[in-house]
Ligand binder design. Sequence first.
Ligand code: ADP
Length: 393
Amino acid sequence: MKILVLNAGSSSIKYQLIQIPDNKVICQGLVERIGEEKGMIHYQTERHRINQESIIPDHTTGLNMVADFILDSQIGMLKSADEIEAVGHRVVHGGSYFVQTTLITEKVKKVIKDLFSLAPLHNPPNLAGIEVAEKVFPKAKQVAVFDTAFHQTIPEVAHRYAIPNHFYEKDHIRLYGFHGTSHQYVAKKAIEFLAKANTKIISIHLGNGCSMTAIQDGKSIDHSLGFGPMNGLIMGTRSGDIDQSVVLYLQRHLGYTPEEISTILQKKSGMLGLTGSNDLRDIEAASAKGNKMAQLALAMNAYRIKKYIGSYAAIMNGLDALIFTAGIGENSDVIRQLVCTDLDFLGISLDPDKNLVRSKSIRSIESTTSKVKILVIPTNEELEIAEQVFAAL
Ligand code: ADP
């Protein structure tokens, strides 16, 4: 089955056409700067790589251009759009309504729309992507894969906040969690790798956004992002955990508006706020040259991850494996080393040489004496979406 996976953002559409069950990427790319003066479309197959500037006024135009590339007589990969049997859409917020991958109907679209207030930056473009795909690929089944779905197994004891009950019951304020597709994918790979279903795993997703999940027997039981995607770890531009009093102080005493505070905490904080850069490669280079703020930021970043490892090992009463994934988790030996130092009390001990090995495949980097496996697993959210769509259909 050929499945087109779409991840529609406010001004971009990422896509991959995947042949399932052989997991072959037929083509992939990105439409970016939609609605701006000059847009850009990238299209890549095994034999061709195209980057074309173009005016792309809206998502419909963008997706039609993708379809034109895929069907092109010279560089295309399909003869007819009808060969695409399903389109899998990444949808960020499924609230408490969607616990699994779901065939899209008018009712499903209405719920995604009702959830706009919970994910104002993500659900609107996700829904736009669905509506455009329905027009461009009318014969294909449209399927939604929700970032929040994997975390719907998090029990009440962990997903509720200690605020008056009506905020939970009436306003649905609770932990929802994000990056679910990535955590689910790497946990599945870890369970295969360990050849053991009953496992206690901590998955550490470190990209521009960062989060950790406690995964017991394959199910998410706690997670570091919460009602929105700001809690927990220090991220590229987001603060992660912060005392709520700071937010009130910014508003009451320093005069910032809620909109400004949101920008400060989500776009100007984290590694960017501490060092002036949100790219970990730059920060590592500055740290190696002796830059004190870069060194402190790396130490703070690893310290926060360590705190979550400790708390998740405690709630699971044990730990079989740690997983590092996404851009930083897969590539930064520096962060992995800082995180795993002085954790032998928990049975976590890194092998420094294995930690330096660069590879695109799953690898374990613990020392021979480590009780806990330390796995580096490349994430693949698009493949996970395609596999979930295939399974659902
Ligand atoms: P996104 O969340 O946007 O998908 P990625 O998973 O691609 O992000 O991760 C981006 C982060 O990964 C950036 O901070 C980048 O600096 C970091 N990164 C990528 N390659 C390396 C590397 N070789 N060493 C250290 N950090 C890296």
